[in-house]
Design a protein around this ligand. Structure first.
Ligand SMILES: [Zn+2]
Length: 168
């Protein structure tokens, strides 16, 4: 791997160890030219995914983007970094294993919401309020309802802009 500091082609691995419960490998590297050290994380990627946005645009799936939105939802909540990584890995693995090369962004949002609901109620509401268009108070009430009853009910907005999706 190329050195991010000087661009030198030859960097050496000094140390490799399992990361995120073995779902990834963390490598400490040192540049043979400038001596700078840096870390790389190697993760399993089962397949390349394409995200279909609400407006129909298609963009490559980005793990970092998903991880960022999960982190924002869980900010200052009692969930440590290691667990967040496991949550994100679980989400990605699920999406990759779904068998479809293209995934609707609304389906990803729904999957994240289902996961967060089990992890932390506050994070769940935060994520839901960002990713769903709550124009009606009843939509938000519906979200709260799913928390208090913990029923695995669908929380599709009644009159949102998101396209309808067939549940499998
Ligand atoms: Zn270097």
């Amino acid at each position: 791997m190329r050195c991010p500091f000087c661009g030198h082609e030859d960097t050496q691995v000094k140390d490799s160890r399992p990361h995120e419960d073995g779902a990834a490998i963390r490598r400490r590297r040192i540049c043979a030219s400038c001596g700078q050290r840096f870390t790389t994380i190697e993760r399993i990627q089962l397949r390349d995914l394409i995200v279909v946005k609400a407006d129909g645009r298609r963009v490559p799936f980005e793990r970092d983007k998903l991880a960022r939105s999960v982190r924002i939802a869980l900010r200052k909540r009692p969930v440590d970094e290691e667990r967040i990584e496991r949550i994100v890995n679980g989400l990605v693995r699920h999406l990759e294993a779904a068998g479809e090369p293209e995934i609707l962004s609304i389906d990803i949002g729904r999957r994240v919401m289902e996961t967060l609901r089990e992890v932390d109620s506050v994070a769940y509401i935060r994520f839901a309020s960002v990713h769903w268009d709550f124009r009606e108070t009843k939509d938000f009430a519906a979200i709260l309802e799913t928390i208090s009853t913990s029923v695995a009910a669908d929380v599709t907005p009644q009159d949102g802009e998101n396209p309808p999706v067939d549940d499998k």
